[in-house]
Write a protein that binds this ligand. Structure first.
Ligand code: S3P
Length: 177
């Protein structure tokens, strides 16, 4: 049995949507950032501050390798997780990869001033650059759901529809992009 993997930029709703999809399927939900937090006993912000991004990425790699071995879980990845081809390969080998997309405007308005993400501390231009650079990577997902103008319910229901009720059947009927 395979997993469901949510990828996409920060603020696209991967964790919120992932929890709801897992609930609907009665599968477990796992968030890679939370897993890294548990393993290291540090928040993402603290890892970046104390040890830097390189350390964070190596912890992320270990967590992804472990989660990729599991079955019937919904995995919400961090926005940068699948930029590492090893992570992409491991996650895709054992799961269907769904990209959540959102416009830069939607992302900035969702994140607002409560922003504690280390990579969203820069100027709007810097965030926009990062967002643009990553779109080609996210576009390789099995399918993409644009969340910009949708409620969480709408996004969850679109995902479940695209999965075609075949989650117990190795996703043979998934409507890919
Ligand atoms: C990152 C996204 C974050 C977290 C870390 C790096 C990224 O996760 O993994 O701050 O590189 O885009 P979210 O996408 O859940 O915010």
């Amino acid at each position: 049995m395979r997993n469901i993997v949510l990828i996409g930029f920060m603020g696209t709703g991967k964790s919120t949507v992932g929890k709801r999809v897992a609930q609907a399927l009665a599968w477990d939900f796992v968030d890679t950032d939370c897993e890294i937090g548990e393993v290291t006993n540090l928040s993402v912000t603290e890892i970046f501050r104390r040890h830097g991004e390189t350390r964070f990425r190596s912890e992320e790699r270990i967590v992804v390798a472990r989660l990729s071995q599991q079955e019937q879980i919904v995995i919400a990845t961090g926005g940068g997780t699948v930029l590492n081809p090893l992570n992409w390969e491991a996650l895709a080998q054992n799961g269907i990869v769904i990209a959540l997309h959102a416009s830069i405007e939607a992302i900035l308005s969702r994140i607002g001033h409560k922003n504690d993400r280390p990579l969203l501390k820069g100027s709007k231009e810097a965030i926009e650059k990062l967002w643009s650079e990553r779109q080609a990577c996210y576009a390789q997902a099995d399918f993409t759901v644009d969340t910009s103008q949708k409620t969480i319910d709408e996004v969850v229901s679109e995902i479940l529809t695209r999965l075609g009720g075949r989650v117990n059947n190795e996703f043979s009927g998934v409507a890919k992009d």
